[in-house]
Write a protein that binds this ligand. Sequence first.
Ligand code: ITT
Length: 193
Amino acid sequence: MIEKLVMATNNANKLREAREILAPLGIEVISQREAGADVEADENGESFEENAVIKAQTVYDIVGLPVIADDSGLCVDALGGRPGVHSARYAPKGEECDKLLEELKDVPEDERSARFECWLVFMDYECLDVVTGSCEGRISTEKRGDNGFGYDPVFLYGSRTLAEMSADEKNAISHRGAAMRALYDLLKERYGE
Ligand code: ITT
């Protein structure tokens, strides 16, 4: 089984979550910077999958070790799936929840369905795998909770926002948790325990 992966991301929260999810499964995750790849990929793809492959390839070309890359985002039904692939650029960091609440201010509670999606790519020599995970919920009418990052304070899973959950609780139901566990299953099948 693979014991070490490089994660192609500059998002410290994603890195932390990947470590929390994969460490108990025996896989150490090191950051692209720790691996010597201090780069920002040009995320000009039109889909989560394309962008995840671009990120993985950018870092793999430098480090030459097994790499994972996560492209993820929030798709809001009342907005036709926006911000979707543009979630990171929807608003300045720290202002994304307020902007979303403002955009949805006239949308009734039963029309506020949304989902987080995660496309996770594994890249190694002659090897490219893509797995996905999603998390269904609704957009709240106010921010709640201090945990997590990004849109977590306005994403309701049941009666709580993701920002009101502990790290373990979020990882157990999140899009990233689902994708990381799917990747683990795939690697286990290929490389054994
Ligand atoms: P890297 O490209 O370096 O990995 P990034 O933050 O730019 O970092 P993405 O392009 O995949 O990553 O954008 C994902 C955005 O979607 C992220 O910045 C958040 O705003 C949002 N997002 C993704 N997963 C989330 C989560 O678990 N909780 C809250 N917001 C999330």
